[in-house]
Write a protein that binds this ligand. Sequence first.
Ligand SMILES: [Zn+2]
Ligand SMILES: [Zn+2]
Length: 165
Amino acid sequence: MRGGVIIPRGSASLRSRPPSPSTRPLTQPSIGKRHTRQRTEIQRLIEAADGPLTIEEIHDRARPTLPRIGVATVYRTVKLLLASAQIQGLVLPDGVTRYERAAIGHHHHFSCRRCEKTFDIDVCPLSIPRGTTFPGGYIVEDHELTLYGTCPSCAKPIELRGRAR
Ligand SMILES: [Zn+2]
Ligand SMILES: [Zn+2]
């Protein structure tokens, strides 16, 4: 039989080699690195979106860069981003939770009845300033508003959309 390397017991070359602190962490962090990448990518796509995204929409958008990501991982990553206040969740009247970046400022949502996507709109059509008091003593502090209609891509004539076949 060939190929067996016999190492003498107690050989000095094997005995006194403490695990080097610079090489030891290299095996484990591959998991940590993957998590960091997932987190960075999901945060990036939420920030780049033109409206708040559902878990399914986040999953769809993450797949080109993270092909093996599952819905459960998306959900877990979203929870982490919520916990660190980098994103916020909102529930629109359809009852579905969507996620958007936390520091987004005052804005409203436009929900397309055809594709069911939700978009941010910067205009505030409601001219009731904060502090307005309604009869009976109801002091307005904030408001939420969702507009419904047709988004630009759904509003395109059908023959234009059908061309790309
Ligand atoms: Zn649409
Ligand atoms: Zn407003």
